[in-house]
Design a protein around this ligand. Sequence first.
Ligand code: NAP
Length: 242
Amino acid sequence: MSPVTVITGGSRGIGAATARRLAHAGHHVAFSYRRDRAAADKVLAELHATGVRAVAVPADTRDPDQVTALFDAAADLGPVTGLVNNAGVTSPIGPFVDLDPDDLRHVVDVNLVGYVLAAQQAARRMSTGGAIVSVSSVAATLGSPGEYVHYAAVKAATDTLTVGLAKELAPRGIRVNAVAPGIIRTEIHALSGQPDRPDRAAARIPLGRPGEPDEVAAAIAWLLGPDASYTTGTVLRVGGGL
Ligand code: NAP
């Protein structure tokens, strides 16, 4: 039976690349987006073109009812076997002392509360085992000084969530892992006020360039798939050496 995978934030960036890669590998895909319906429709058409079943659901991952609705839509494709916890936001880049409390709450709500809510739905519904992959960041161990330390701290929470859930869910045949991307070429940098950040950072990345979304998607697909059958509780760094 084909895997059925839920991806949060599949309309752009790493989530969209993951949706495309999984569809090519035969996964049926249910993905969420928050506001960019046009981008979601474009990805959805690409998924359908591969012949898999797919659905795009407007669901804000901060809201438990909307997360439930996303998983209900996924269940129409078949029993859910995978979750990619990806929907994430940063804040305007700047010194810690200038952090706006509303930006702090937004980062915590999307990147932590949203991940927990989606993982909870997945754990409740994966009755015959499955796999969860959460998108963390190299920020979790580097700390992002001068940029967004609070975001880095929340990504560290993703890593801890991964370690704990892997142990709690292992007896039920559910593997739980994370990927920690470095600086990847997506729109997230423009949203934090620095669209050219990936190119400016190239000189300090050991491999000499930012990553592409599909290079992260490849790691996510591996962790979700049968070749990672003995891998759980790990955080796989995809950072070009960062
Ligand atoms: P992106 O291009 O900005 O895409 C973010 C996606 O998340 C979009 O599909 C967006 O949907 C969705 N989203 C945002 N808030 C949401 C919410 N509250 N509910 C549901 N969906 C929501 O970001 P990205 O760079 O691909 O980042 C994906 C993940 O990778 C994030 O967790 C990020 O922290 C992590 N990461 C990124 C980098 C990097 O350099 N790009 C590095 C390390 C880690 P709409 O457009 O419809 O709002």
